[in-house]
Design a protein around this ligand. Structure first.
Ligand code: ATP
Length: 249
């Protein structure tokens, strides 16, 4: 099995005067699922983009021993990224099939065969010739997932990959994610901490900094969750629930 290791030293990310994180150092290794949780604005996207070299940071990030700090082209050799869908997608002026084909590292038949399998698995055959920008949010999310999977990278980072998928389609995608996590290092942020908690190797709980990182049993307790979610956390029959954030939940 190939190496899948992310090492972070002294993480601080900057947006103008806003500084996120607190100089934390940590290491993630695969295979397995790393769940990133936290409320809106906690820094989930920034954490992933920092690991991918897309955000200016203090500190260092190494992927499989390679210094990828501020170097997304190096990180891209190891990592498939599923970004959060958003208005920026509407500016992508190409068809779905063009977008997917461009992600293939190998133009060998095996690459296309794999892409075909992913297209069928994610139910994308009917939209292949449509402009990416004309798709619904859920369809765009599936396309971005397919694009990340096509080159078969050892590490995947997924930023809320099922937030726009309807309940009927979620089961397939969740099963796929869990299956992938058996052979890859999969770092995933979710608005619903409960959805992947039982399947996670480690949880990273954020609120502008890393409040806690470790196995789910060490992180998902009332003290940490209260610090992360504040008054959005309620206790029902001794189970913790996060309420009233991101509208749909
Ligand atoms: N490009 C940017 N320029 C300036 N500030 C930014 C930028 N991206 C994020 N931020 C700020 O950094 C903080 C963390 O944002 P981030 O998007 O990482 O959080 P998040 O946990 O992914 O949020 P959400 O759940 O809403 O997607 C927020 O205060 C946000 O306003």
């Amino acid at each position: 099995m190939c190496t899948m290791r992310v090492e972070v030293e002294g993480l601080r990310a900057h947006y103008g005067n806003e500084v996120l994180f607190d100089g934390e150092s940590f290491e993630l290794s695969g295979p397995g699922l790393i769940l990133v949780i936290g409320p809106n604005g906690a820094g989930k996207t920034t954490l992933m983009r920092s690991l991918l070299g897309l955000v200016r940071i203090d500190g260092k990030v190494f992927i499989n021993g390679v210094d990828v700090t501020g170097r997304p082209e190096r990180a891209g050799k190891f990592v498939g990224y599923v970004p959060q869908i958003g208005p920026q997608d509407l500016a992508v002026p190409i068809s779905v099939i063009e977008l997917l084909s461009s992600s293939l590292r190998s133009k060998l038949p095996r690459g296309y065969e794999r892409l075909r399998e992913i297209i069928d698995l994610l139910g994308l055959r009917e939209v292949l010739n449509l402009p990416f920008s004309s798709l619904s949010g859920g369809q765009r999310q599936r396309v971005l997932l397919a694009r990340a999977l096509a080159p078969d990278p050892p590490i995947l980072m997924m930023d809320e990959p099922i937030s726009s998928i309807d309940p009927a389609g979620r089961e397939t995608i969740i099963d796929l994610i869990l299956d992938l996590s058996k052979g890859k290092l999969l770092i995933l942020s979710s608005h619903d901490p409960a959805l992947f908690a039982n399947h996670s190797k480690e949880v990273i709980a954020l609120n502008k900094r890393i409040v806690s990182i470790g196995p789910p049993g060490d992180v998902l307790n009332e003290k940490v969750m209260r610090e992360v979610y504040g008054r959005s956390l309620i206790l029902v029959e001794r189970c913790l629930h996060v309420v009233d954030y991101h509208g749909a939940y």
